[in-house]
Design a protein around this ligand. Sequence first.
Ligand code: HPA
Ligand code: ZN
Length: 338
Amino acid sequence: DKLHQFLHALPKCEHHVHIEGTISPELLFRLASKNEISLPSDDPAFESPTTLLTRYQNFSSLDDFLHYYFIGFSVLLGASDFEALTYDYISLAYAQKVYHAEIFFDPQAHISRGVPYHTVIAGMNAAKDRAAVDFPKLSVEFIPCLLRHLPVPSAHGLLTELLESGHFFDGTLVGFGMSSTELGKHPSLYKSVYEVAQSAGIANLTAHYGEEGPSDYVKDALSILGVGRIDHGRRSVEDAELITQLAESNTMLTLCPISNVVLKGVDNMHDLPIRKFLDADVRFSINSDDPAYFGGYILENYCAVQEAFELTVDDWGKIARGAIAGSWCSSLRKEQLL
Ligand code: HPA
Ligand code: ZN
């Protein structure tokens, strides 16, 4: 119908997609076979791509998803695997009118399997270079995330390696974030890591909070870690003062509606605070998170929000402009995107 056409045509910015979360069950099995990686034989979900996809429809929590998500990493070995994964995501996103994409990846989970950081980033950069030729209207940036289920010294090790690469200062990496398990991982645990990042001059810092964890985690991430953005941030709605703070500071939340429903953060789409954030002038973007696991890319997320909240064209204009303003690109690029 008309609104679907409007949502499809709307130029989009995606700020919250994990490249490893874009691996379809078919590609996962194909790469496992090519790379001679055996998948868990004690879990019937790994019988076939179909049984795996069925299992994805029954996630009980973030950690239940993360178990499968990290098994999926095991099939990614060479730079060409990362190139194919990244190029396929970019093509799909561009077909849904994503004109600016900021893509997360989890270097620790590759390095710990013996796949060096430079292999991962070489593959992703090759995809970005091809996309620059094939989709000249699209800009692509990369953001490494530290993993909260690993010990804090491992996060320091990652940051040291990334700083030594020089990639935060040559345009390869646009910022630094953190993801994985949230409950029990209070921002104060990562204070020293973010202090190193700040004093090294990394301009753009973010962190996943308020997905499963309480609004205090969001508030403390802002004050303790100095992040300029919050990934998810859904549960910020539980603190009226925080809402005001987010609105006044123009801090963008990168919401992931289908992800929140699939991982049981909310019972259904109507329970998301979309209307409340709009009314309070909290800046947010709408994103896919791990589209191959959650069954929807960015357009499906826009459509799901529209069905639940019946937003107006003006509402969508506000969302789209907020997403551009909150992007980590130059002001010149923002003007092009407007
Ligand atoms: N939350 C935390 N960690 C993640 C996610 C998420 O939604 N997706 C991939 N890693
Ligand atoms: Zn995420």
